[in-house]
Design a protein around this ligand. Structure first.
Ligand SMILES: *Cc1c(COP(=O)(O)O)cnc(C)c1O
Length: 405
């Protein structure tokens, strides 16, 4: 299928190009030392990911450890409450550890093992990426350093406990505001010193090449499974699909299964409390072109051109940019990006819980909320939602701030 001049039959061969660009977005804007480290990872990835042994081992892990394939569930009661349109959910909440993140963490850790590295390092904000990576490290017997701001360590006690139980070393970062940004800086500084023995595992389709490509490829399993399962279940393709977009990893993997199909694709960004800068994290809708954290994309900037403060009720979505491939698909028009605010997300959180017996992550609730809006606009047809994770982690917060609805 050709869309606005881009041939999606050959899309994955051409995007990104050899320097990691999706059109004008992507690349690697980093120090020479880190460039060397990224080149080592890129070369290893291109060799190893084609080897039978690596592919078979990753397949086996997905089946025997992660519990893949995750099913698709027909959301019958939710659909009936809205009208004729039929809603379905791809159940990444049933992936081991309760979200899609383990898909790329297991891939990254397996790559580290094949490269002969002893350690994997990363930063974490809310702790979700840290827990998934600590899980992968325990599975493969790798050392694991997770950099985390002191403020976040206090806020996210259960995830800190999980990481420690799994054997990870949680490194407290006490510079600046002591949150995610400082944790990223500290983790990158440590990586520059240690890159011969370890690899940095980025938690989404972000950062310098090859991560936006590699993380998407490791998440491709979600879209590939979903397409085949949906066709088997209903005999046809869905009319529309939705996924929430923070950095954009669950969306990138899910969408990659449908880009070459006549399917409407919607990425859903968090509108938080509203349209004012600082009240949301809808970077593709309100952002401008720029470079940060080692890559070129569309981002929210403050008056000095620095990453702007962002907010969303979903801590997994509050990042001031999105991966370069999303910026590319946005400009191309192949994927439509829309927004859902906190209230709409919380409403969807309770609807899915009450009508289907599935408590979704607040992040995933954004994708559900947009599907609900779409279902009301469409007369007939079907919508497949990527349910990126389960909501156990969010229950205390929701009850404290919103009560039982
Ligand atoms: C981290 C997280 C997200 C956001 O990350 P993406 O890279 O945008 O997918 C979405 N949903 C859940 C459940 C998460 O844990």
């Amino acid at each position: 299928m050709i869309y606005n001049g881009v041939d999606f039959d050959t899309y994955f061969k051409k995007y990104p190009d050899k320097d990691g660009f999706f059109g004008e977005y992507g690349g690697a804007y980093i120090s020479d030392e880190l460039k060397e480290a990224m080149k080592e990872i890129t070369d290893a990835y291109f060799t190893i990911c084609k080897s039978r042994k690596f592919i078979d081992e990753l397949r086996r892990i997905r089946k025997e450890f992660q519990g893949r394939p995750t099913p698709i569930t027909h959301l019958e009661r939710l659909s009936n409450s809205l009208g004729k349109v039929q809603l379905y959910a791809k159940r990444e909440d049933l992936n081991h550890t309760g979200a899609h993140k383990l898909n790329h963490c297991m891939g990254e850790a397996l790559l580290a093992k094949y490269m002969g590295k002893k350690k994997i390092i990363a930063e974490t904000g809310a702790g979700q990426h840290g827990v998934a990576l600590a899980t992968a490290a325990a599975y493969f017997g790798l050392e694991c350093d997770i950099y985390m701001g002191a403020v976040d360590i206090k806020k996210q006690a259960p995830n800190v406990a999980r990481m420690k139980i799994l054997g990870a070393n949680v490194v407290e970062v006490t510079e600046g505001l002591q949150t995610l940004k400082e944790a990223v800086d500290a983790a990158f500084a440590a990586y520059s010193n240690e890159y011969k023995d370890c690899i940095y595992c980025i938690g989404s389709v972000l950062g310098p090449h090859p991560f936006p490509m590699m993380v998407r490829d490791f998440q491709h399993v979600v879209g590939e499974e979903a397409r085949a399962q949906f066709v088997e279940m209903t005999g046809e393709l869905p009319d529309a699909i939705t996924a929430c977009v923070g950095g954009g990893s669950n969306a990138a993997g899910f969408f990659s299964g449908f880009l070459n199909d006549p399917v409407e694709i919607y990425g859903v960004e968090p509108l938080g409390r509203g349209e004012k800068l600082g009240d949301h994290a809808a970077s593709l809708k309100y952002g401008t072109k720029g470079i940060m954290h080692g890559f070129n994309s569309i981002m929210l900037k403050d008056e000095n051109g620095e990453p702007a403060p962002v907010y969303s009720v979903a801590s997994g979505l509050d990042y001031p940019s999105s991966g370069p491939e999303h910026a590319f698909l946005h400009d191309l028009g192949r994927v439509k990006y829309s927004t859902v605010d906190d209230e709409e997300a919380i409403d969807a959180f309770f609807k899915l819980s009450r009508l289907e017996g599935i408590i979704p992550a607040i992040e995933s609730s954004h994708a559900v909320a947009h599907a609900i809006k779409l279902a009301k606009e469409m007369n007939t047809g079907s919508i497949l939602i990527n349910l990126s994770g389960r909501g156990d982690k969010d229950m205390d917060y929701v009850i404290e701030h919103y009560g039982i609805r």
